[in-house]
Design a protein around this ligand. Structure first.
Ligand SMILES: C[S@@+](CC[C@H](N)C(=O)[O-])C[C@H]1O[C@@H](n2cnc3c(N)ncnc32)[C@H](O)[C@@H]1O
Length: 180
């Protein structure tokens, strides 16, 4: 059976305001099991490079790709047979829709905003999903959404070809370098 692909689209990145948040969002996407990400807004190669470096050291093939126009990227995703989940405080509560999202075998694109999202995002999405109906952040919303989507399995995901790994400790820090 074909493995479901899950990508994240971070729209309307603004390097001056969002640099750390976008980096954290992409690292959370990777750590919590997404296969890759797109971002739109202003291109920021430092972010792409820092995500690439994390994957080189910590494994897996997660990459962040710049797309000029988030709307075109969403339309292309749908034309290619995928579905779109837009995370927004105004959406339906996650527990009301997550089973439907999981039941659909199509690839998923999870759209998160930075600046205010235009109405088209709500129209193009197959689901507008809210993680609590309270405003918080794209990082927390995405993390909880992926956790619910993967049913917690993402917490024990292993990343292939890692050069370094944490050896969990009750106290202190231990990292090993993996020989290739
Ligand atoms: C900090 S919010 C930006 C809010 C912005 N001021 C607006 O009016 O849209 C950034 C993103 O976090 C996500 N977000 C924030 N709270 C959320 C919630 N309760 N449920 C789902 N997503 C949420 C949405 O993707 C939103 O576009």
């Amino acid at each position: 059976m074909k493995k479901l692909r899950v990508y994240v689209l971070r729209s309307r990145h603004r390097p001056n305001r969002d640099k750390r948040v976008t980096t954290h969002l992409l690292l959370a996407a990777r750590a919590f099991g997404a296969d890759g990400a797109f971002y739109s807004g202003q291109r920021d190669q430092k972010i792409e490079r820092s995500v690439e470096k994390v994957s080189e050291s910590w494994g897996g093939s997660f990459e962040a790709e710049y797309v000029q126009d988030w709307k075109k990227a969403v339309k292309k995703w749908k034309e290619d047979g995928g579905e779109v989940v837009h995370l927004t405080v105004y959406g339906l509560p996650i527990h009301d829709v997550i089973e439907q999202v999981i039941a659909s075998p199509k690839d998923k694109l999870v759209l998160v905003g930075g600046a205010k999202m235009p109405g088209a995002a709500y129209e193009l999405a197959d689901w507008n999903v809210s993680v609590t109906s309270q405003p918080h952040s794209e990082v927390s919303a995405l993390s909880i959404f992926l956790h619910e989507l993967f049913g917690g399995r993402e917490l024990s995901k292993t990343f292939e070809d890692a050069r370094i790994r944490v050896v969990p400790q009750a106290k202190g820090k231990k990292i090993i370098r993996v020989e290739s």
